[in-house]
Design a protein around this ligand. Structure first.
Ligand SMILES: [Zn+2]
Length: 103
């Protein structure tokens, strides 16, 4: 579900390498638990300061470990959709205002 401008970045060698080494460092620290809820296993390496079209070429944002957080899917979705309030093509709000995955 990466945004179009970020697609190239998420497929880049640099990101794949940075992501992999960040995950192994998290695994050696606490077994790779979600850094937010610390209950579930991490699933996604999230950028604390989110990637935008204006910082996508700035490795201090995109490839800086200090800007990474290992999150489980639930925490990641809460952060991403909670802040952005955007419904992409894969998700929608139901009548209760809950975010659900489109069937
Ligand atoms: Zn979590």
């Amino acid at each position: 579900m990466a945004k179009a401008y970020a697609k190239k970045f998420y497929n880049s060698k640099e990101w794949i390498k940075a992501r992999k080494s960040f995950i192994s460092s998290r695994v050696s620290i606490d077994g790779g638990m979600c850094q937010e809820c610390k209950k579930d296993l991490g699933y996604i390496v999230d950028h604390v300061k989110e990637i935008t079209p204006s910082n996508i070429d700035d490795p201090n944002i995109t490839l800086n470990r200090d800007n990474f957080r290992y999150l489980c899917l639930i925490c990641h979705n809460r952060k991403t959709f909670g802040e952005a309030r955007v419904t992409g093509n894969d998700v929608m709000f139901n009548e209760l205002g809950e975010l659900i995955v489109r069937e």
